[in-house]
Ligand binder design. Structure first.
Ligand code: PLP
Length: 426
């Protein structure tokens, strides 16, 4: 028995499923999860001493690679000054100004502790602002685990086959309308019926929780138009795509401006951080200026702000995004060539430093349905072959992959060499 298997057996005695977040349990691929001891740059090292080239990056935050020196040093320095004060600090202003400078649609921003908190509050704010109850989301999009948003959700919920969780009263779920991602007609149809009752459309502008599905041309623009027409609030959930698809997020890349944006992952540099922000007029509905309540004991935590700022400050680098994009291109092009050579039905998607691999016969995957129809048997076999060869991919067919600044061309070539073996084994 490996040390990881030992630890997993022990963990299951005291932690539900042995994990503190479901996808980590490897239910989506079978087998036993690896327990990580430390990580540095593009690599993670497990409890048995095996090294992995990591394309999960802690599910997105590690855009600069693991154990980034500037983030580590800023965090240490903040720890020396005290862990939490429960009062305003100057670093929160610096953080707000930094976010606003990077994402121009954000005029005011509130810090929270996770992406879930960010989306949950953005929904409440949109409802409070419009005085409407209904919200519209897309099948396969994941916005965290707040009740209203765990309806036909992606990510772990989709991996485990429970996109609609028990424990959410029908009375709550009935206000969440769900339509098809990349299908503007389905959005129009529902708005034509009840548009005046819809507070908000919330969307992952690049869907990253049903694998990686970029928006079809005109899709995000269409959502913007519909929201304008019906007086609904457009929320871009950029918890994953923020600072990743481009420095200013998917909204910069696709040039569509939401009313509110939710952020997480990269803005914490690895610490538990989220944020929501947007138009001043809407943000001023939040307490203590406005009537919509939201609060947090540890919100704007000084150690988390230090880590996040150290991460964001490093994004002001002209070479970073072209370099990330070129590396993703090298990886997905190489993977496609290897799959084609091995005769394995396969296709890829990418948006900035997010990417997705699909074991699909379709030359292009741009819908939830296509993503769920992929060959899971191929995915699982491929996954375990890559893992055995020291490449760590997300243990679910419904998660985007992430490139970091620390990955080198040599890492990508090593990944492709492993993939050649893995495709041959299918
Ligand atoms: N929104 C999106 C798009 C996400 O990908 C996630 C998490 O993966 C969340 C929200 C929830 O964030 P957190 O896990 O920090 O609560």
């Amino acid at each position: 028995m490996s040390r990881s298997e030992d630890l997993f057996a022990q963990a299951q005695l005291t932690i539900p499923g042995g994990v503190n977040s479901p996808v980590r349990a490897f239910n989506g691929v079978g087998g036993s999860p690896i327990f990580i001891e430390r990580a540095d740059g593009a690599y993670m090292y497990d409890a048995d001493g095996q090294r992995y080239i990591d394309y999960v990056g802690s599910w997105g935050p590690m855009i600069l690679g693991h154990n980034n020196a500037a983030i580590r040093e800023a965090t240490h320095a903040a720890v020396e000054r005290g862990l939490s004060f429960g009062t305003p600090t100057a670093s929160e202003i610096t953080m707000a100004e930094k976010i606003i400078s990077l994402v121009p649609s954000i005029e005011k921003v509130r810090m929270v502790n996770s992406g879930t908190e960010a989306t949950m509050t953005a929904i409440r704010l949109a409802r409070g602002y419009t005085g409407r109850d209904k919200i519209l989301k897309f099948e396969g999009c994941y916005h965290g685990h707040a009740d209203a948003l765990l309806v036909k959700a992606g990510s772990g919920a989709l991996t485990l086959g429970v996109p609609n969780s028990p424990g959410i009263p029908e009375d709550f779920a009935k206000h969440t309308l769900t339509v098809t991602f990349n299908d503007l007609d389905s959005v129009r149809a529902i708005f034509n019926e009840v548009g005046n009752e819809i507070a908000t459309i919330i969307v992952e502008p690049v869907a990253g929780n049903m694998n990686c599905i970029p928006p079809a041309p005109g899709f995000l623009e269409g959502l913007r138009e519909i929201c304008d027409e019906f007086g609904s609030v457009l929320i871009f959930d950029e918890v994953m795509s923020g600072f990743r698809v481009a420095r200013g997020g998917a909204q910069e890349f696709y040039q569509v401006t939401p009313d509110l944006t939710t952020l997480g992952k990269v803005i914490g540099g690895g610490m538990p951080v989220g944020a929501f922000g947007g138009k001043r007029e809407i943000m001023d509905y939040i307490a203590p200026v406005g009537p919509v309540y939201q609060a947090g004991t540890l919100s704007g935590n000084p150690v988390a702000m230090a880590a996040g700022l150290a991460a964001l400050n490093q994004l002001d680098n002209a070479e970073l995004y072209p370099d990330l994009n070129a590396k993703v291109e090298r990886l997905v092009t190489g993977m496609q060539q290897l799959a084609d050579a091995a005769g394995v039905p396969f296709t890829t998607n990418r948006a900035g430093s997010m990417f997705g691999f699909f074991f699909s016969k379709d030359p292009q995957v741009n819908s939830y349905q296509q993503a769920t129809e992929c060959n899971m048997d191929h995915f699982k076999k491929f996954y375990h072959s890559m893992l055995k060869q020291g490449v760590y991919l997300a243990p679910s067919a419904f998660e985007a992959g992430f490139m970091s600044a620390a990955h080198t061309d040599a890492d990508i070539d090593a990944t492709l060499a492993a993939a050649k073996v893995a495709f041959a084994e299918l």
